[in-house]
Write a protein that binds this ligand. Structure first.
Ligand code: GDP
Length: 140
């Protein structure tokens, strides 16, 4: 299995409740390493560009409002099979369907306010990492 990098976001519902450290511990316990990280506040327009793939979905406007509603922590996670591993640690989109021990099961408030984002494939991971970080900011 190859070492990969993936883009992770700790979302506004989690930063608001001061859960950043608890969420990072879940990643580290799963063998993922934080190789870049910053706390930022997106505008609604920036959130819209990040989630452009969901433009046609009924929840798009709500999602952009939410992502701009408080600071987020964006991270690059590195490790063996990092993309799938991160999504496993995150759990299902809807916390009602998330497995025991996952971040979304423990912390998410709803399907929308679900505490974390993680890239879903190598191509999207590369694109999403570029959206937030320059090469110089990623230190493995
Ligand atoms: P993910 O890959 O598990 O994050 O899920 P998706 O790519 O399907 O959706 C992206 C994000 O849109 C989710 O993480 C949620 O924050 C949000 N989202 C998805 N479905 C819904 C929904 O039915 N209602 C609302 N309000 N937000 C949703």
């Amino acid at each position: 299995m190859a070492v990969q990098r993936t883009l992770s976001i700790i979302k506004p519902d989690a930063t608001r409740r001061n859960l950043t450290g608890k969420i990072i511990a879940k990643f580290e316990d799963a063998g993922l390493r934080v190789v870049a990280q910053k706390r930022i506040r997106l505008t609604k327009e920036e959130a819209g560009r990040f989630y452009a793939v969901h433009r046609e979905r009924p929840f798009y406007d709500e999602l952009c409002e939410f992502m701009a509603s408080a600071p987020i922590v964006v991270q690059v996670l590195e490790g063996e099979d990092a993309i799938a591993k991160n999504r496993e640690v995150m759990g299902a989109t809807d916390p009602a369907e998330a497995a025991e021990g996952t971040i979304r099961k423990e912390f998410a408030l709803s399907k929308g306010e679900n505490s974390v984002h993680g890239s879903d494939a190598p191509e999207t991971a590369a694109e999403e990492i570029r959206f937030f970080f320059s090469e110089l900011e990623i230190v493995g």
